[in-house]
Design a protein around this ligand. Structure first.
Ligand code: 13P
Ligand code: 13P
Ligand code: MG
Ligand code: MG
Ligand code: MG
Ligand code: MG
Length: 381
């Protein structure tokens, strides 16, 4: 069967400020997902939150961009928004940026990552397993560096030297500043590795959209690479991307995919979406508390049975003692960066901040600048 994994995620309200959704919101989403499995819309579904974002992870046979699946997610987020409003929660419905999207919700606010494959549990994929990353308080290119290292650098993924992966992967990279539509370039690693790096270094403009095996043509990775401010025209919270990554066999192993996250690399995000702060790997359902509002990322793994259902257990990849050291280091990096407050590299450049209230503050001041009058040269005696 042609199986699709869809991850659709939205920030639709949170408790005590932008920390986490309420238990009643989570229950509302879980209830809707259970009904959608019962009535046959979905084969399976799993709900989790990362900070104040709720992600629905689904399997089905309706293909990518299915209006039924997308409309289901939208209506489910509306139902949870109603719960958030009743409880007076912060930011109720924040990521639902249009009134009623017709069909596909891409471009309407929620983050969407989807990929499809022939699910026969034969040939190149005798077993199917995948991971889902979900980040909160961070910009859209947060996965650029870790996914590049996992799928293009044998220093992180020794598996790239093995016959199934040695021809490398094709990176589909999207220009997120182009609001005319999805503007994508396809570049091959390792051949075009430096060109790929030249684009991916700019986390705010270019993002990985998908990664495909050169040998098998199978899609390994799908990422939600979209700018919320390109949709809303103003700051409406951070982009908080999600990613689906198939693993093992012809793809990287889990540790080859998650080890780059040990860097706790600096990304755009954090408080008011305006800082440059380290990305901290956290367990599922972690609220954003702590002293800053650190960008966080979670990672869950599943296997899929022959009917397209998730394994009865899941793996919470960052819920492990090994990641405590990374979390401590991320915190130390954060303290160092924040010790310089608003100065220079600690905050995002004006081009990013212009979508928020910082523009109004600065443009008010710009009107008050005056050219200083040059002193007249003294006439020679
Ligand atoms: P196992 O022996 O647990 O299967 O692990 C082998 C392996 O190759 C890890 O990448
Ligand atoms: P959210 O995108 O989670 O709402 O966070 C954005 C923000 O501005 C935090 O200060
Ligand atoms: Mg929020
Ligand atoms: Mg959020
Ligand atoms: Mg957000
Ligand atoms: Mg094993």
């Amino acid at each position: 069967m042609k199986l699709t994994i869809s991850v659709i995620k939205a920030d639709i309200g949170s408790v005590g400020g932008h920390t986490k959704p309420s238990a009643r919101m989570m229950a509302a989403v879980e209830g809707e997902v259970a009904k959608a499995i019962d009535n046959g819309l979905l084969i399976d579904g799993f709900v989790r939150h990362t900070g104040d974002d709720i992600a629905i992870i689904m399997t089905h046979t309706r293909g990518e961009g299915s209006s039924e699946v997308h409309q289901f997610a939208w209506k489910t987020f509306l139902a949870a928004t109603a719960v958030a409003k009743t409880s007076g929660l912060y930011g109720a419905g924040q990521d639902l940026l249009v009134d009623a999207p017709s069909g596909n919700v891409r471009g309407a606010g929620p983050a969407v990552a989807e990929l499809s494959f022939d699910h026969s549990l034969a040939g190149a994929r005798p077993a199917e397993s995948f991971m889902v990353f979900a980040a909160d308080k961070c910009g859209p290119g947060a996965y650029n560096l870790p996914l590049y290292l996992a799928f293009a650098d044998p220093m992180y993924c020794a598996g790239l030297m093995l016959p199934p992966m040695i021809k490398g992967f094709r990176f589909h990279i999207i220009d997120m500043d182009n609001t005319a539509g999805d503007s994508v370039i396809e570049l091959d690693a390792p051949a075009d590795g430096y060109h790929i790096a030249a684009l991916l270094r700019d986390n705010e403009r270019f993002g990985i959209d998908r990664i495909v095996s050169k040998t098998y043509g199978e899609v390994a990775v799908a990422v939600s690479a979209q700018r919320l401010h390109s949709i809303a025209g103003k700051y409406t919270g951070k982009d908080d991307p999600v990613a689906v990554v198939r693993n093992q066999g012809i793809f990287a192993a889990p540790e080859e995919i998650i080890s780059p996250f040990a860097k706790a690399h600096f990304v755009g995000g954090d408080a008011r979406g305006s800082h440059v702060m380290p990305l901290m790997p956290v367990p599922l359902n972690t609220p954003v508390t702590g002293m800053y509002c650190l960008p966080i990322v979670s990672c869950v793994g599943f296997s899929i049975d022959r009917d397209g259902k998730f394994s009865e257990s899941y793996t919470d990849f960052f819920d492990n003692l090994a990641w405590d050291e990374v979390r401590q280091r991320a915190q130390r990096k954060a303290i160092e960066m924040r010790s310089q407050g608003w100065s220079g590299a600690a905050m995002l450049p004006y081009s990013e901040l212009e979508y928020g209230g910082f523009r109004d503050t600065v443009s008010g001041l710009l009107k008050r600048f005056r050219l200083r009058e040059e002193p007249k040269p003294q006439a020679a005696e």
